[in-house]
Design a protein around this ligand. Sequence first.
Ligand SMILES: [Zn+2]
Length: 307
Amino acid sequence: MTRAGLAGSTVSIVTGAARRPSGYSQDVDWSLFGCARKGHVTYAPDEPALRDRLMAPTAGGTAWRCLRCGAFVIGGEHGSGPAAEAPMVRRGKELRSELILRVFAVERFLRFLVFGGAAYGVWRFKYDRAGIQQAYNNALPAIRDLYRDLGFDVNHSKLLGLIQHAFTLNSRVLTYLAIGLAVYALIELVECVGLWLGKRWGEYFAMVATSIFLPYEIYDLTLKITWLRLTAFVINLLLVIYLVWTKRLFGVRGGKRAYEARLRSESIIEVEQAALAAASASQAPGRSRQDHAAPGKTGPGDSPAPA
Ligand SMILES: [Zn+2]
């Protein structure tokens, strides 16, 4: 590529970025990824000037600007109405955040399965202790042989010790244990749903419920450090910090108002409105019509660059 060619492509990238909210260029893949998964979101606002900026007549039909990835796509608009009622679509970093929370949601679902299964096992055990003990006693010689073949002493097995201890627990303790495990499993399930849907209540619920168990997890680690405990603790701690910081829970970093203001400032409609206001303020009335007809081009007063 020639030097002139390089310079030319750079100019076009900068021009494109100037129309977009800050941080757009580094997050462009997330918006494209979101559109690949969910399809483009286009909207025809009632305001004629704004409408002109979001559409472009092409040979194949009218192209509308996607509110998520910013590309002009051909096809009928999905919705129309006042600009204020345009759908709020998650873009850039927000899409990345959505994906991160879904990874946490999957982890919570695995916890739900493990603890739900444990609750069910304890409950079954409570009602069929004799049968299970019988089966255990029958299997014990085979388990003993297996341990010996593997080179372990069965008397030192923690798992078998735990099972034998369980046979000594009374029915009431088993009931409490089953209820405790079931409640914890349900909490994990609610967290999973809330994080997966990306709802504010879900973020609050996950943050509060996870925090409640942190002191116990720290206490548990002071007794003995195992990889399982340490991993579970680190995951929970990261989730709490991530939620409070990025979702601005409990008024952190301006709270909900600041969070929504940032979402709005990143929306394509808001950016175009700001650009329109800037353009009409700085340009002579006679020239503005010409500018609106070419939404792909950028005027001098066209870079609002919200911080
Ligand atoms: Zn799109």
